[in-house]
Design a binder for this molecule. Structure first.
Ligand SMILES: Cc1ncc(C[n+]2csc(CCOP(=O)(O)OP(=O)(O)O)c2C)c(N)n1
Ligand SMILES: [Mg+2]
Length: 350
């Protein structure tokens, strides 16, 4: 493996997020990762560009800090923050964005399809709202397993795993989300729906697209819902802990609407388009509520600067690692498509 990326954590080890310092470090890691990825898009090294998560870090860190190793999550097209906050090493995710063989998924998934089953990450997802039914399925599986263990008389089965579905305000009008809410409520599934309401679906303001409210949708299905300041990691964490603990105890699904904002464009392509759907004043007002400054203020003097330095070193090693990794061999383009190997078309010799 190229590059010195420090002591590797064993696969399947979630990121430690139990202290305010660990949560600050993760916020900084996600911010720095995204800034590095933006630079690499500009340099032409990341095919297809990315959907930057800058500004929304408190949601990923706050929610993931409430999870246990056996929990599962589904992510979105704007998923780097969720994947890093759960514990994927930045050098593996960066190599994935660059399409290299040492990437998290061998460079085959890229930005919108990062997955790591050892961490319960059931995948980022390019389809708006599509992670919700997957999380509901994972929660149903967990509920069935738990019931099976109880029936078999295993009283020490441990806390019941939960599943988290992250999605944006754009998913609020997708039928699949409403179907997922319904099933989760009917079957009292241990699933947490996390709406990252950043005010826009691409360039469409939620204010002109979403009738009623996000929490009102959950309430219609009898699902307890909370509105949370999505720029405040500790507020998100507290709300996520409340919902997750209730779900583990058999109390059924929960729903958080995290009010947040993306500082960058919807996608890196937007930089070239000169779109004007937000005013500079609006962007600036949200930047003043930056989740990193708020998290740094909770630490001892000098602590944030020391963590910034260690993150910068980690990301520099991640960049070296990713850039030194090979591109996949085109001859293997059809590998991994089927569980039992390549099935050639009739009459075609592989
Ligand atoms: C089912 C579906 N419809 C449309 C799109 C095109 N699309 C990609 S991102 C996006 C906006 C998503 O907005 P939101 O859910 O608020 O997430 P955000 O981009 O704000 O993080 C749309 C419409 C898609 N990927 N999938
Ligand atoms: Mg949005």
């Amino acid at each position: 493996m190229p590059g010195d990326t420090g002591t590797p954590t064993p696969p399947g080890t979630p990121a430690p997020l139990g202290t305010a310092a660990e949560r600050y470090r993760m916020l900084r890691l996600i911010r720095g990762f995204e800034e590095l990825a933006l630079a690499l898009v500009k340099a032409g090294a990341i095919p297809g560009g990315i959907h930057p998560y800058i500004g929304q870090e408190a949601v990923a860190v706050g929610v993931c800090s409430a999870l246990l190793p056996a929990d599962r999550l589904t992510s979105t097209h704007r998923g780097h923050g969720h994947v890093l906050a759960r514990g994927v090493a930045p050098h593996r995710l960066l190599a994935e964005l660059l399409g290299r063989v040492d990437g998290l998924n061998g460079g085959r998934g890229g930005s919108m399809h990062a997955a790591d089953l050892s961490l319960g990450i059931l995948g980022a997802n390019g389809m708006v709202g599509a992670g919700a039914p997957i999380a509901v399925g994972a929660a149903w599986a967990a509920q069935q397993e738990q019931a099976g263990q109880e029936q078999a008389g295993h009283s020490s089965a441990g806390p019941s795993p939960v599943a988290v579905a992250f999605f944006g305000d754009g998913a609020l009008n997708q039928g699949v989300l409403l179907e997922s809410l319904n099933l989760a409520a009917m079957w009292r599934l241990p699933v947490l729906f996390v709406c990252e309401n950043n005010g826009y679906a691409t360039t469409l303001p939620a204010a002109t697209a979403v009738a009623g409210s996000a929490t009102g949708r959950a309430a219609a299905f009898g699902i307890p819902a909370e509105e949370v300041d999505g720029m405040d990691t500790e507020a998100v964490r507290a709300a996520a802990l409340r919902a997750v603990e209730r779900a583990r105890e058999g109390g059924g699904p929960g729903f958080l609407e995290c009010r947040t904002y993306r500082y960058e464009g919807h996608h890196t392509m937007e930089r070239r388009m000169k779109l004007r759907y937000r005013t500079p004043e609006e962007v600036e007002a949200w930047r003043e509520r930056d989740p990193l400054s708020r998290a740094a203020a909770l630490l001892a003097p000098g602590a944030a600067a020391a963590l910034d330095l260690s993150v910068a070193e980690q990301l520099s090693a991640a960049e070296d690692f990713a850039l030194a990794s090979e591109h996949p061999d085109p001859a293997g383009a059809l590998d991994h498509l089927y569980a039992d190997g390549l099935r050639p078309r009739a009459g075609v010799t592989p």
